[in-house]
Design a protein around this ligand. Structure first.
Ligand code: 2AM
Ligand code: CA
Ligand code: CA
Ligand code: CA
Length: 265
């Protein structure tokens, strides 16, 4: 497999998709809901996914595509090359803020993350990684992350964690929020993972993420020595949704051991 050629192809495809998204703001965007009233999708999410899929199918007919909006393949195994795509991660930000959303793509071979991309479209920040070859922001190498203690960590976490919820003991997480240096919430899993990779966040936690939310970011953060797992400490599975944490080494076990009490769901 010529991963260098696939890497160049994926980068130019993502840049073109980003351009299409920016242009879309000139027209009217149609907003629909999915599972509930706050689960939003637009015609642009669908168009961008279809744009990727038509190109990848034309140029890499042996590869499969797993995309959030469902235009790709019915992927039930990790065999072969699988492109895992979120055409717009942070759709609510896309609609309400017109910024703070990203294109996220991970390219996996037999379940191993080979290439990862996060494109913060409006900031024009492009993050990429090639397994074993390091992670980059706008072609500048990101340094390996040093360990940090909870007391000095900035943690990406949604406010819903500290209200009673069905996934975790919110009082234990409340102690994490109190003990750490500060918390942030950006509304795009991909952008939060890019911040972890770049050292602007020390950890990011989510109660429920899908493979397309994390596929690109997982490849990128691994290259700077950070760890991503579910909240049981297991490697993320690229075929189903689960809880999620990405953090620097050292911080990852201390958060899970000291502050995360999962409910039986
Ligand atoms: P989306 O914008 O692509 O839907 C918001 O906090 C983050 O969670 C975004 O990355 C968003 O991705 C993701 N998200 C929203 N609803 C989700 C769901 N039901 N399952 C998994 N991830 C979700
Ligand atoms: Ca969505
Ligand atoms: Ca997403
Ligand atoms: Ca999405």
């Amino acid at each position: 497999m010529d991963w260098g050629a696939i890497d160049r192809y994926a980068k130019s495809l993502i840049k073109e998709a980003g351009h299409r998204i920016r242009v879309s703001f000139a027209g009217k965007i149609q907003i629909d809901t999915k599972a509930d009233a706050n689960d939003l999708v637009t015609d642009i999410d669908r168009e961008i996914e279809q744009f990727f899929i038509s190109r990848i199918r034309r140029d890499f007919p042996g590869h499969r595509i797993l995309g959030e909006e469902g235009f790709g393949d019915d992927v039930r195994s990790t065999e072969g090359v699988v492109w895992i795509l979120d055409p717009i991660d942070g759709t609510m930000n896309f609609i309400h803020q017109r910024r703070n959303f990203a294109i996220s793509l991970g390219i996996f071979a037999d379940g191993i993350g080979m290439l990862g991309y996060i494109y913060d479209v409006m900031a024009d920040d492009f993050y990429h990684a090639y397994r074993g070859e390091g992670a980059y922001r706008n072609d500048e190498r990101l340094p390996r992350l040093e360990p940090v203690a909870v007391e000095k960590a900035i943690i990406g976490i949604n406010a819903s964690w500290v209200a009673p919820n069905r996934y975790i003991d919110h009082e234990a997480v409340g102690r994490l929020v109190a003990d750490c240096r500060g918390t942030r919430s950006y509304g795009s899993a991909a952008i939060e993972l890019a911040h972890v990779a770049a050292g602007r966040l020390d950890a990011y936690l989510s109660m429920r993420l899908a493979p397309w939310d994390i596929a690109g970011g997982a490849v990128i953060i691994r290259e700077v020595g950070a760890i991503s797992t579910n909240l049981r400490g297991e490697e993320p599975d690229m075929l189903s949704s689960d809880t999620f944490i990405a953090a620097r080494q050292g911080l990852h076990p201390s958060i899970l051991d000291r502050y995360i009490r999962l409910k039986q769901t």
